[in-house]
Design a protein around this ligand. Structure first.
Ligand SMILES: NC(=O)c1ccc[n+]([C@@H]2O[C@H](COP(=O)([O-])OP(=O)(O)OC[C@H]3O[C@@H](n4cnc5c(N)ncnc54)[C@H](OP(=O)(O)O)[C@@H]3O)[C@@H](O)[C@H]2O)c1
Length: 309
């Protein structure tokens, strides 16, 4: 099936890549070649059992990316800011700097050279540019620059911006117990503006739908979201399902920055940007994945993660 081989879900065993690979395998419209640096890891073996061809590849190694994408019809790409916390590594440095090929540039070069017909790029907005330099959110800005570069060199592409994962509430944004009190707080500086969300496990079926309708989606950009809730509504869902009192901390971005958490300024600026209501298309997301979960469904299914809360 190499004539219609959808390859190289860079990165297949990660949250987004794995979700996309599984959904495409389920759709049976394409064969999947899944790329990982460690073909022996359990998640890679799961994908192999599901029917993917798992191949070794590293975004810092041009030959391996070229081999991974060779003969492919298309590819799903997400670069991983959190692996190195470096916007520069995601973006567009010239080759040879310092010893690795920057990831976005490398993928663009290889995709162009091999003549891929459809790339689905999971990017995010270049907030620094959009805000005229007032807000910097490195894990958005780098992906924004990569996407702008992909468009500028005419990669046949659909770019998607995935809303904040619901999975963040199981870890980073888990409600925190108020000191010496019997309630928990949820601290995200969004005021009363609804914040979009989606389970990353539901992104795959949306990407699969995009690959299956190139005539509708090539050359387009879309924001993906299951629904938008205020922080009060997120807290209400958590209270109801967990049977605990979870309150909206009603924190401001300025106070959030002073919490001393790693990446606090980044998150505060991300929320300032979210308050400008960037496009996240709930209707389209539901059309492409009718089984997309609400926050309430997601929390109900993941109550085990809140043991001890
Ligand atoms: N958290 C959110 O709410 C949210 C929302 C929207 C977008 N995002 C973005 O999503 C991205 C992370 O994606 P994810 O959630 O799928 O992460 P993840 O589950 O941590 O997976 C990351 C994957 O990246 C792969 N990887 C890292 N460096 C690589 C390299 N040099 N070559 C090949 N593969 C490499 C890893 O593959 P192997 O280890 O298998 O090689 C790993 O499977 C971030 O950039 C983040 O900004 C996150």
């Amino acid at each position: 099936c190499l004539s219609k081989h959808l390859s190289s879900s860079l990165h297949p065993v990660g949250a987004q890549g794995g979700s996309v690979a599984k959904a495409i395998l389920e759709s049976k419209n394409f064969a999947v070649r899944a790329v990982t640096r460690d073909v022996t890891q359990p998640k890679a073996l799961v994908l192999q059992d599901l029917g993917a061809k798992v191949v070794k590849g590293d975004l810092n190694d041009e030959a391996s990316v070229e081999a991974a994408l060779k003969d492919a019809y298309g590819t799903f790409v997400v670069t991983n800011f959190w692996e190195h916390f470096s916007k520069e590594k995601e973006v567009l440095r010239e080759r040879g700097w310092p010893s690795v090929c920057p990831q976005g540039r490398l993928v663009a070069d290889v995709a162009k050279h091999l003549g891929l017909q459809h790339m689905v790029f999971s990017g995010l907005e270049n907030i620094k540019r959009l805000s005229g330099g007032k807000l910097e959110v490195p894990h958005f800005d780098g992906k924004g620059e990569v996407g702008e570069f992909f468009w500028s060199v005419s990669i046949p592409m659909t770019s998607v911006c995935v809303a904040a994962y619901y999975e963040n509430f199981l870890l980073l944004w888990k409600p925190v117990k108020a000191a010496d009190r019997d309630y928990y707080t949820l601290a995200l500086p969004m005021g009363d503006i609804p914040k979009h969300g989606i389970s990353v496990a539901d992104v795959g079926a949306v990407a699969s739908g995009i690959f299956n309708s190139p005539e509708e989606f090539l050359g387009k950009a879309a924001g993906l979201s299951a629904e938008a809730l205020t922080i009060q509504q997120y807290a209400d869902v958590l209270s109801k399902i967990l049977g605990k009192d979870v309150c909206n901390a009603k924190i401001t971005p300025e106070a959030y920055e002073k919490l001393g958490l790693p990446g606090a300024e980044d998150i505060a600026n991300m929320c300032r940007f979210y308050c400008t209501k960037p496009d996240r298309d709930v209707k389209l997301t539901h059309r492409l994945n009718p089984k997309v979960k609400s926050f309430s469904q997601f929390i109900s299914e993941n109550q085990g993660a809140f043991k001890g809360v």
